[in-house]
Design a protein around this ligand. Structure first.
Ligand code: E4P
Length: 215
């Protein structure tokens, strides 16, 4: 499973990119609003900094508007991906953008049928919102496993992004369930680095090293 970072914060993107752990970025209007800058300028900076796909959400809700916006987003940088919400208008926009060779990320996917429809319309990615489903007591990991099975059975190229990740355990479970990608907040990525036995192991090695280092 590949890892994207779910943020619009350039500092977090640079830090994780320097560690070699991320190969893409997902943003959304909420994440961009937190940064308080012009959203398109911000996205252009992000797309310039990373090699991989950068998802940026279309905010007009009619297909024609989304296609227009999608063309503008795609023109910003070669690695831009247009995020399109899962609606009937969104499906029309995904189809049209796919015909134009523009990559899309169908967002706000909550079940197997929505994922199937978005993939059939031509979405490059479908983003299933794990945390928001789990918050409501739904088996989001089971749904992810089913979507992977549906895509594989039907030879569909659309990649599954496990989004709305709240903790490290969800990352592991999404990888086991067959998500192609997890888009993970900075805090959770940093928690994935750590283990108490790693910390204790380094301390003990350093302590023992001091005993012989000046000999
Ligand atoms: C997906 O691409 C979204 O940016 C994101 O994962 C939403 O997560 P949230 O439920 O934490 O807002």
């Amino acid at each position: 499973m590949k890892l994207f970072i779910d943020t619009a914060n350039l500092d977090e993107i640079v830090k994780t990119d320097n560690m070699g752990i991320i190969c893409g970025v997902t943003t959304n209007p909420t994440l961009l609003s937190r940064e308080g800058h012009n959203p398109r300028e911000m996205a252009a900076k992000i797309a310039d900094r990373v090699d991989g796909p950068v998802s940026y959400e279309a905010v007009l809700l009619d297909a024609e508007g989304m296609v227009k916006e999608g063309k503008e987003i795609a023109a910003m940088a070669p690695n831009m991906v247009v995020k399109v919400p899962m609606t009937t208008e969104g499906l029309k926009a995904i189809k049209r953008l796919a015909e134009l060779g523009i990559k899309t990320n169908a967002t706000l996917i909550f079940n197997e049928n929505q994922a199937l429809l978005a993939a059939r319309a031509g979405a490059t990615y479908v983003s299933i919102f794990i945390g928001r489903l789990v918050d409501r007591g739904v088996d989001a990991i089971g749904i992810t496993r089913n979507i992977r099975m549906i895509f594989d059975t039907n030879d569909m190229d659309t990649e599954i992004i496990a989004a709305s990740i709240r903790n490290t355990e969800q990352v592991t479970q999404c990888a086991i369930a067959g998500a192609h990608i997890a888009t993970v907040p900075y805090r959770v990525l940093m928690e994935m680095v750590e283990h108490p036995l790693t910390t204790a192991g380094i301390e003990k090695f350093m302590e023992d090293w001091k005993k012989v280092s000046d000999k």
